[in-house]
Design a protein around this ligand. Structure first.
Ligand SMILES: Nc1nc2c(ncn2[C@@H]2O[C@H](COP(=O)(O)OP(=O)(O)OP(=O)(O)O)[C@@H](O)[C@H]2O)c(=O)[nH]1
Ligand SMILES: [Zn+2]
Length: 362
């Protein structure tokens, strides 16, 4: 019996460290670096990391495109961090909020050659912490001793960060009866991932027959739409519409997946909304922030369905990617049931962009 954290626990800890502004140490093939989330890095630590001129800033190819930075490492670009960089200067590179006010950034000279594995892992880790996808790295020797002396989290990785590239295991915590306006015969189940991430929920309506395809919805959290009734999207009406259809047919299961903002988190979604107010569409806004169009992992939904005994579903969705991901993850989709509800004058162009760029069937 040991009390030391496992690799998975270290990664969960690293996410909290990065969110607080603490650097962590990543080690890969004998090469080690201090890694900090560029968004949360405190000024004194930025100065310390930049000292000596060996620090590098890792950004995604999406952000690089906006900044006109050459991408030499597929999905990642690396920039030298000047010794005299200021928090404001760093912010201007990583955060598109000021792009229109100060359009003439750079020119930036991207680093070329060498290894980008640590940088890629750093971005993956920072994304999983729901921060802007940019990391400051500073190579270190004797990372193990530094981690011990400074009480920093150190993670040894391979080609990928272990555990981040695979869906976490999800354990059922509790379920209880939950009468709802849509259906009195409701039950809420809580699932907890083993990677220290957010819990996800399943709302079971009636008593679905597991031997038949079940009416199912994979709903991604949308605080603005689900709770506040935002008119910018169609999430609230879709949530309530799905529950109503399940109630009308007597049974069904709705997974409420805490993947706010298509997996980028609420803070970043609001950054995207702010960019949308400057004229960018939902996909362009994600790219300018450095994210892909959709950062969700639908394997989590498939894992919960399997755990609950649902092997075949009639899926309520307009998104063919969800159907494909479920099928790939071993849940048979016998039918796609369209969910066309919640259109209004203010989300017209949002829905049109989803149809044009994200393959949604409208
Ligand atoms: N990043 C980002 N996320 C958004 C935006 N608008 C809504 N979302 C999020 O998008 C998710 C809902 O995804 P949608 O693409 O609307 O729908 P879908 O779930 O893929 O497909 P359907 O099953 O057809 O509804 C929720 O997590 C919302 O928080 C936006 O402008 N930017
Ligand atoms: Zn929404």
């Amino acid at each position: 019996m040991t009390y030391a954290p496992t690799d998975a626990e270290r990664i969960a800890r690293a996410r909290s460290d990065l969110r607080m502004g603490l650097p962590v140490i990543l080690s890969r093939g004998g090469v080690e670096a201090l890694v900090a989330g560029a968004e949360t890095l405190k000024p004194a630590r930025l100065t310390a990391l930049a000292q000596g001129g060996a620090a590098e800033l890792a950004i995604t190819h999406r952000r690089a495109e906006t900044l006109k930075v050459r991408v030499y490492d597929d999905d990642i670009a690396r920039l030298p961090v000047p010794e005299d960089i200021t928090p404001r200067g760093l912010r201007a590179i990583i955060d598109p909020a000021g792009d229109l006010a100060t359009p003439l950034k750079g020119p930036f000279r991207a680093l070329r050659g060498g290894e980008a594995g640590l940088h890629r892992a750093a971005i993956q880790l920072v994304k999983s912490a729901r921060l802007l996808p940019a990391a400051v790295l500073r190579p270190v020797a004797a990372g193990e001793a530094l981690a011990r002396d400074s009480a920093l989290t150190r993670i040894v990785i391979g080609d990928q960060v272990p555990f981040l590239s695979q869906a976490p295991a999800l354990d059922p915590v509790i379920s209880a009866r939950l009468p709802m306006a849509a259906a009195e015969a409701g039950r809420l189940h809580i699932f907890r991932p083993d990677d220290g991430g957010e819990e996800h929920y399943a709302v079971e309506i009636g008593q679905p027959d597991r031997s038949l395809p079940t009416l199912t919805r994979l709903h991604s959290a949308c605080f603005t739409g689900d709770v506040l009734g935002s008119l910018k999207c169609d999430c609230g009406p879709q949530l309530r519409g799905a529950l109503a259809q399940m109630a009308a047919t007597g049974s069904g299961v709705l997974l409420y997946l805490n993947q706010e903002g298509r997996g980028i988190g609420l803070a970043n979604k609001m950054r995207a909304y702010s960019l949308q107010d400057q004229g960018f569409d939902t996909v362009e806004a994600n790219h300018r922030l450095g994210f892909e169009d959709d950062e969700r992992d639908f394997r989590i939904g498939a894992a919960i369905l399997r755990k609950m005994g649902f092997a075949q579903v009639r899926l309520l969705t307009n998104n063919p990617a969800k159907v494909a991901m479920l099928e790939k993850s071993g849940v048979a989709v016998t039918e796609r049931v369209p969910l066309k509800i919640g259109r209004n004058p203010l989300n017209e162009s949002y829905l049109a962009t989803k149809a044009a760029k994200s393959g949604h069937l409208l």
